[in-house]
Each structure stands twice: as structure tokens, then as C-alpha cells.
Design a binder for this molecule. Structure first.
Ligand SMILES: C[S@@+](CC[C@H](N)C(=O)[O-])C[C@H]1O[C@@H](n2cnc3c(N)ncnc32)[C@H](O)[C@@H]1O
Ligand code: SF4
Length: 328
């Protein structure tokens, strides 16, 4: 997809989301899911929710995965095999991508990775898989960052470069996305230059969330916004789509009722490794239902799921991942 197509698709999605949120509707059925295929991880990043919420190590069972996949609506738009863990730790990931594609030929399939486990063999397996987009969490290449974030790692940078090269060589059409927590202008500039040098389509600039007992300081909001706006301009020149869930245009601010409504929840569900349907990866104890006992339709239309929409201001008060301003 070209930068222009990315932009058009995203604009159409934003318009739909705008009206839905403005009038406080959820989509009729789930359109976008994340399936946590593992909570094992080969890293121990300090800022990670996995450690903040003390989540133990487990792979999703094939039965739970198959049940989720079989329940997803025919017109599901996006399936991400990502959660609070490193997807490539699950040896079934490629098989799961194939199962998703067989059942949902038109869905956008993706996963997010720290990139450390890429080998020549895994690279080829992924190239032959039906994945549409691979997101690498890359917070720095060489510019020093605070102790949070994915550490600088030459092996990861080299893995990403090799993967990008193989995508070009074999014309697989897989899109590359970089996802970086914003720490400084210099760090972001380095990430953007890297993105442009290897043919990345999307750069997602994220703001670090500091859940519950995390006491890390963050960039002043003005600084974050300045860096984002500058990067977005740069992206327009380079034809790279630079996005952030933490920066809203005026229409999206209206749609979020000025930060009272989460911009993600209206069409989204998160499945944890046990098959519980959650509003997101963070609200681990707020299950709308277990997919092994209920249909997805029952879960999505449950009173608990629709009540969540109204109660979210209270439940999500400390999370500002999808807000324009900091909540704390
Ligand atoms: C939880 S990881 C899972 C996938 C994979 N292990 C990885 O690191 O890419 C998904 C994304 O969450 C982001 N993340 C983790 N903790 C965060 C926090 N406190 N605030 C914002 N983003 C965070 C990571 O940077 C990463 O891009
Ligand atoms: S951010 Fe990703 S790589 Fe880092 S600890 Fe969390 S799950 Fe693992």
C-alpha cells in the first residue's frame, strides 16, 4: 500500500470512528482484535505492562486460538497476533497466521515484535506467511534513551534491515511499520531516517504510558506534540505515514468527547492467552466473557461490554494511551 493509500484508508476509518464515537455507538460487531498468543518474552523492558502487572508466562492453547479464530466475524478488518509478550516465542505463530488467513481472506493480519528472534529461517517463514504487516518496536538505534524502552541493539537493527531487503528482493508486499516510544527529538530523528532508508510504510510514535506503580517521568506534553508535528511533516515529504494514538486532530478530539472516550474501544477486543475477551491489554481483570464458554456475538453484545463504554472514564482514568492529553 502506498503512503497515499495508507492515508486514504486511515482517513476513511477516522471518519467512521468519528461519527460512531460522537454519538456514543459501538460497531455492530467486532472489527479489530488483538490475540495474545503468548505472554513469554525474551526481554524485560522496564516500562512494559507485562512486568507492571506481573503477568506469568504462558502460550495460548491451540484450542483457544482456533475457537477465537472461528468466532471472528466474516468481515473482521484487522487481526493482530500481539499481546503482552513476544509473539515469536510461540512456535505456532506461522501456523496461526495461516489459520487466520484461511478463515478471513480479507482481514489485515499483523504482529508486533521486538525483532530480536529474527533469524534467516524465521525471516523466510514470515515472507512465505500470509502476514500483511510486521511492526518492529524500535526505540533507538544509537541515540541514548532513558532506562525504559527497548535498548539499542545492533543485532535487531541488522535483523530489520535484512528483513526489509528480503521483502524487496522477493516482492512479498509485506508492509513494515516501526513503533517507537518518544523520548527525544534526536532519538526520533534517528528512527525516522532509518525508516526512510529501509522502506518503512508507517511509523507509530507512542507516548510512554505509566500504569499504576510506575513512577517514571515522561516528556512534557508540549514537547511530545512538537516532536510529533515535526515528524508528521517530515513523513509527508518522505511519503511515510507518521501516526500516534497520543495526538488527536480537532475532529478526533471532538469524537473522544475531549478525552472522555477511548478512541480504540468502539470496535476492538483483546483476547488474553486464556481466551478472555478484554477491552484492552491492560484491564486484565475486566473480562466480558470467556470465548470457550460464549460466542463472540454473546460477548460483544453483553451488558458488561456495553456498560463498559459508559463507565470507561472511571475504569480507564489512569491510562492515557489513546488520549490527547496526559491523564496524570
Ligand atoms: C507489549 S509489546 C509486545 C510485542 C513485542 N514484545 C514488542 O515489544 O514489540 C507491544 C508494544 O507495547 C509497547 N509498550 C510496552 N510498555 C509500554 C508503556 N508503558 N507505554 C507505552 N507503550 C508500551 C512496546 O513499546 C511495544 O511497542
Ligand atoms: S515491550 Fe515487548 S519486548 Fe519488551 S518486555 Fe514487553 S513484551 Fe517483551
Amino acid at each position: 500500500m502506498s503512503a497515499k493509500n495508507n492515508f486514504l484508508t486511515q482517513t476513511t476509518e477516522n471518519i467512521r470512528a468519528f461519527f460512531r464515537l460522537l454519538f456514543l455507538y459501538r460497531s455492530a460487531e467486532t472489527e479489530n482484535v488483538s490475540i495474545e498468543i503468548t505472554t513469554y518474552c525474551n526481554f524485560t523492558c522496564k516500562m512494559c505492562y507485562k512486568y507492571a502487572y506481573k503477568i506469568g508466562d504462558k502460550h495460548i492453547s491451540p484450542d483457544v486460538f482456533k475457537k477465537i479464530n472461528s468466532e471472528l466475524p466474516k468481515n473482521i478488518k484487522k487481526i493482530s497476533l500481539s499481546g503482552l509478550g513476544e509473539g515469536l516465542m510461540n512456535p505456532n505463530i506461522i501456523n496461526y497466521l495461516h489459520l487466520c488467513r484461511e478463515k478471513h481472506p480479507k482481514a489485515l493480519l499483523d504482529f508486533t515484535t521486538n525483532g530480536n528472534l529474527f533469524s534467516d529461517e524465521i525471516t523466510e517463514d514470515i515472507l512465505c506467511s500470509p502476514v500483511d504487516m510486521v511492526t518492529f518496536s524500535l526505540d533507538t538505534i544509537s541515540v541514548p534513551i532513558p532506562e525504559m524502552g527497548h535498548k539499542a541493539d545492533d543485532k535487531i537493527v541488522s535483523n530489520i534491515k535484512k528483513f526489509a531487503l528480503r521483502i524487496k528482493e522477493c516482492g512479498s508486499g509485506i508492509k513494515l511499520r516501526l513503533q517507537s516510544i518518544v523520548f527525544s527529538k534526536e532519538q526520533v530523528d534517528e528512527i525516522l531516517e532509518f525508516a526512510s532508508s529501509i522502506g518503512v510504510s508507517i511509523v507509530n510514535l507512542i507516548r510512554m504510558d505509566t500504569p499504576s506503580d510506575m513512577m517514571y517521568s515522561r516528556l512534557p506534553i508540549k514537547k511530545f506534540r512538537d516532536i510529533f508535528k515535526r515528524s508528521r511533516k517530515w513523513g509527508k515529504r518522505k511519503k511515510i505515514y507518521v501516526i500516534s494514538s497520543g495526538y488527536h486532530s480537532l475532529p478526533m478530539r471532538l469524537a473522544s468527547h475531549f478525552d472522555k472516550i477511548c478512541l480504540q474501544y468502539h470496535n476492538f477486543l483483546y483476547f488474553d492467552v486464556d481466551g478472555n475477551a478484554l477491552p484492552c491489554c491492560v484491564l486484565r481483570n475486566y473480562s466480558f466473557g470467556d470465548i470457550m464458554n460464549l460466542s463472540l456475538n454473546e460477548i460483544w453484545s453483553s451488558i458488561k461490554a456495553s456498560k463498559f463504554f459508559k463507565k470507561q472514564r472511571l475504569l480507564c482514568k489512569s491510562c492515557d494511551v489513546w488520549r490527547h492529553s496526559y491523564s496524570h
